[in-house]
Ligand binder design. Structure first.
Ligand code: CA
Length: 362
């Protein structure tokens, strides 16, 4: 309450938005609405959607949809839910496939206008069901293409529950989210929550981390991970890969008093880890270091790899079975899925589903 009151007392531009007697010019509404969305911290929740609590009449002029009252009925809960050709400046918004044009051939575009001082977007894929990549990991039928002034990422496949951070160098440049549809007749669906993260936010991911995990324990899946056989086939008829052809870093936020991370296969199953096919050097499915040349692999720096009762240093991990455990003093997991796979040595890659546990300092 005090926050809102102090805003009302100290910021005189809020008063026109609370008064129905004054008529605002469009530019005033635009400017004041933007300031409101930037500095008013109150969130409101309606079902599974997060909105921003704005003073009366503050929502519709800035392109939101009013969904009930908030803040002891002093404000209205404003939700920014957009689809193709949508644009928003809101701190929290959604990009969905609700438009009839969503699966039409061509591009369905959403533009995010960052507020002053925004350094990153966090995209949470609440729902994300697009076609799988082809047998080599390229997204060819339909994909999400995220473009900021600092980065560009392409994602396809089934990725509900995944997230990614988007770096922004210059907040005056919009970030564009395209869903590009190449093949007609798809029935894809998506609902992406977009959070604008201010440069001073404690929720920022470290620079260079596409994904950022929190908590002492947790798990992580590769994009489009699924333990069943991939649907795409290679030219010799073997199952292709599920992994997207992309290289990125997964970071874990280090909790106070913890010095390392222990990584294991998420459920001990055969298909919790398969990022490389059968190569001569890989007999039991586990391969490390130099045996991972010219293939896809994970990087865990300052790590010890344990298989059975043997523990040895290892930083590069590939194959189709994860070691019993890998303990790393780094809080980053590098994923390298490039185009250097050996011919005929790589197929039926289902990706990875790993569990991590932070290890207390000695
Ligand atoms: Ca592979």
């Amino acid at each position: 309450m005090w926050r809102w009151l102090s805003l009302m007392l100290t910021v005189d531009w809020i008063l026109p938005l609370l008064s129905s007697e004054q008529v605002l010019t469009p530019s005033q509404v635009q400017r004041d609405g933007r300031l409101l969305m930037t500095i008013t911290p109150e969130a409101c929740y309606r079902g599974e959607y997060e909105g921003i609590c704005l003073p009366w009449t503050g929502c519709q002029p800035v392109g939101g949809r009013v969904d009930g009252k908030c803040f002891w009925d002093l404000g209205e809960c404003c939700i920014f839910n957009k689809s193709c050709e949508g644009e928003t400046e809101a701190r929290v918004s959604y990009f969905t496939s609700s438009s009839p044009q969503a699966n039409a051939q061509g591009s369905c575009i959403m533009r995010i206008i960052p507020s002053a001082g925004v350094c990153q977007l966090r995209l949470y894929l609440k729902e994300f069901n697009l076609p799988e990549p082809d047998a080599t990991g390229d997204c060819v039928q339909q994909y999400l293409h995220v473009v900021s002034d600092a980065t560009s990422e392409i994602i396809c496949g089934a990725n509900s529950g995944q997230h990614l951070y988007v770096e922004i160098n210059d907040y005056t440049k919009p970030v564009k989210l395209f869903v590009v549809t190449v093949k007609a007749g798809l029935q894809s669906s998506w609902n992406i929550k977009i959070d604008q993260l201010h440069c001073s936010s404690s929720n920022l991911a470290p620079t260079g981390c596409l994904q950022n995990l929190r908590g002492i324990t947790g798990d992580v899946k590769s994009f489009n991970y699924n333990p069943v056989v991939p649907s795409s086939a290679t030219i010799d008829g073997k199952p292709g890969t599920r992994q997207l052809r992309m290289s990125y870093n997964i970071c874990v936020r280090r909790e106070p008093g913890y010095c390392a991370i222990r990584w294991t296969a998420a459920h001990g199953a055969t298909h919790a880890f398969s990022i490389t096919g059968i190569k001569p050097a890989i007999t039991d499915g586990i391969a490390l270091n130099n045996d991972c040349k010219n293939t896809d692999y994970l990087i865990l720096l300052s790590a010890n790899v344990t298989v059975g009762d043997q523990t040895e240093p290892g930083n590069v991990i590939c194959g189709f079975k994860f070691p019993d455990q890998v303990e790393s003093r780094s809080f980053q997991l590098g994923v390298v899925t490039n185009d250097e796979e050996s011919e005929n040595g790589d197929f039926d890659n289902r990706g990875f589903h790993l569990r991590y546990e932070q290890v207390r300092c000695p």
